[in-house]
Ligand binder design. Structure first.
Ligand SMILES: Cc1cc2nc3c(=O)[nH]c(=O)nc-3n(C[C@H](O)[C@H](O)[C@H](O)COP(=O)(O)O)c2cc1C
Length: 174
C-alpha cells in the first residue's frame, strides 16, 4: 500500500534521511540499479517541486540515468539494515545485481518506469527536467581539493547534478 505524502510536510525527514544515506534507483531497459547517496537537495525551481541528486562521472548510475531520465529516491523510515547502504554505496551495478544480493523488494512506480524499494519506504518519484555538469573551477579550492584531489583518479571525476521534478511522493506500507 502507498500512503501519499506532501513533500513539504516531510521535508525534514527527507533531508535528514538523505544526509544519513538514501538510495537512488535507476532503470534502463529491464536493468534496475540502485546506489547510496548522501548528497541531495529538495526545493522549488520552474515553479515545480524538485529533488536534485549529484552523481559522479564514474558511476554506473550515471550511464543509466543518461539513457532514461527517471529515478526514484528511497529514504529509510526508522531502523534500516546497515548492510543495504553499505553494499549499495561500495559495489557497482556494473559488477553485480545489488537487488538480488540483498533481497531488496521492488515496488512498481506510479509515474515513472523505475521501481521504489519497500525496505526504505519513503519514496520520491522523479523525472529529470534539467541536468548540469558541475564546473570544478567555480568550486572553493579547499572543497575541490577535498572531493577531487589533484593527482588521483577523483581529480576529474566530477558530479553531474540531475534535477528531478517530483511526480509522486509516498510511504510504502504493508
Ligand atoms: C554514505 C554514502 C553516500 C554516497 N553518496 C554519493 C552521492 O551523493 N553521489 C555519488 O555519485 N556517489 C555517492 N556515493 C558512492 C556510490 O554510492 C558508490 O560509488 C556506488 O558503488 C555506485 O554504484 P553504481 O556504480 O552502481 O552506480 C555514496 C556512498 C556512500 C557510502
Amino acid at each position: 500500500m502507498k500512503k501519499e505524502v506532501n513533500v513539504w510536510d516531510y521535508a525534514g525527514e527527507i533531508l535528514a534521511g538523505v544526509e544519513k544515506g538514501a538510495l537512488l534507483t535507476t532503470k534502463a531497459g529491464d536493468k534496475v540499479n540502485t546506489m547510496t547517496i548522501g548528497w541531495g537537495h529538495l526545493g522549488v525551481e520552474w515553479s515545480r517541486p524538485i529533488f536534485v541528486v549529484y552523481v559522479r562521472q564514474s558511476r554506473h548510475t550515471k550511464a543509466i540515468l543518461d539513457q532514461n531520465g527517471e529515478f526514484t529516491v528511497n529514504i529509510p523510515v526508522g531502523p534500516i539494515d546497515k548492510k543495504i547502504l553499505g553494499l549499495c554505496g561500495t559495489k557497482s551495478g556494473r559488477d553485480m545485481d545489488k537487488f538480488q544480493a540483498l533481497g531488496l523488494t521492488q515496488v512498481e512506480g506510479q509515474t515513472v518506469s523505475v521501481p521504489a524499494i519497500a525496505e526504505l519506504p519513503l519514496t520520491l518519484e522523479c523525472k529529470v527536467i534539467y541536468q548540469q555538469d558541475q564546473d570544478l573551477s567555480a568550486l572553493e579550492p579547499a572543497y575541490r581539493a577535498h572531493s577531487y584531489p589533484a593527482g588521483t583518479a577523483e581529480e576529474n571525476n566530477f558530479h553531474t547534478a540531475y534535477y528531478g521534478e517530483i511526480t509522486a511522493a509516498y510511504i510504502l506500507e504493508d
